[in-house]
Design a protein around this ligand. Structure first.
Ligand SMILES: C[S@@+](CC[C@H](N)C(=O)[O-])C[C@H]1O[C@@H](n2cnc3c(N)ncnc32)[C@H](O)[C@@H]1O
Ligand SMILES: Nc1nc2[nH]cc(C(=O)O)c2c(=O)[nH]1
Ligand code: SF4
Ligand SMILES: [Mg+2]
Length: 210
């Protein structure tokens, strides 16, 4: 198996339960809910993506021929220190590519492995922290994990349907579009009135880090 990766960088988790935690982000190329081209965004299953995941031309991007070579690159970006190694597999949709060999290669070098997924693909066993973020009318098959992080509002989605699913934490994240201020107010109001839900802000955008 080879892996197509858009970019690999070190930053702080900006969103959700682990906000503020240092992590290597490994952003895989490609997604099953949008082809990444602006002209088709409004007709895609996911219509609001804030990310460029097309190709392999980002920082440290490329095609990696083996799980070990990708894991070694991730370790190189982490730098010194064996403690608290944390990698977030994201994209695009990482589960189009992530397999058991990559998880094992990362565990072997002491990384805790987290994933950000749209929930339409079953993950391999062994991922340490699973964050599912449901999209519009897509068919979500992954109904358990650590956190469910719903972008809010979405026309097709009533958040309450997810509370029956098996997650430790439920987050609402304001939709970042031209109306982000209004969306943030709607999200705050929803959390105040529905205390199972917590607010997730995309803090990296506010402080200007990747
Ligand atoms: C770019 S996605 C990649 C991982 C995966 N494809 C997914 O959708 O979860 C990473 C996170 O950013 C969120 N996101 C994407 N576009 C957003 C936007 N415009 N506003 C707020 N969150 C957004 C997604 O819902 C997801 O939680
Ligand atoms: N700082 C930072 N935190 C993030 N959490 C999830 C992200 C993603 O794009 O998956 C992301 C991201 O792109 N940057
Ligand atoms: S599912 Fe994730 S990566 Fe794909 S278009 Fe939506 S937000 Fe972007
Ligand atoms: Mg992002």
């Amino acid at each position: 198996m080879s892996y197509s990766v858009k970019e690999i960088f070190k930053s702080l988790q900006g969103e959700g339960f682990h906000t503020g935690r240092v992590a290597i982000f490994c952003r895989f190329s490609g997604c099953n809910l949008w082809n990444g081209k602006e002209y088709s965004k409004s007709s895609a299953l996911c219509k609001f993506c804030d990310t460029d995941f097309v190709g392999t031309d980002g920082i440290n991007g490329g095609k990696f021929k083996s799980a070990d070579s990708l894991a070694q690159k991730i370790l190189e970006e982490w730098g010194d220190g064996r403690d608290n190694r944390y990698v977030i597999l994201t994209g695009g949709e990482p589960l189009l590519q992530v397999d058991i060999f990559l998880i094992e290669a990362l565990h072997k070098i002491n990384f805790t492995v987290a994933i950000e997924t749209n929930g339409t693909i079953v993950p391999p066993n062994g991922i340490d922290w699973v964050c599912v973020s449901p999209k519009g009318s897509s068919n979500i098959i992954l109904k358990e994990g650590n956190e469910l992080k719903l972008v809010y509002p979405q026309l097709e989605i009533d958040p309450s349907i997810f509370l029956r699913w098996n997650f430790q934490y439920f987050f609402l994240q304001p939709l970042d579009d031209y109306n982000v201020k209004f969306n943030t107010k709607l999200t705050v109001d929803y959390c105040i009135n529905n205390p199972k839900w917590r607010l997730s802000l995309q803090t990296h955008k506010y402080i200007g880090i990747p």
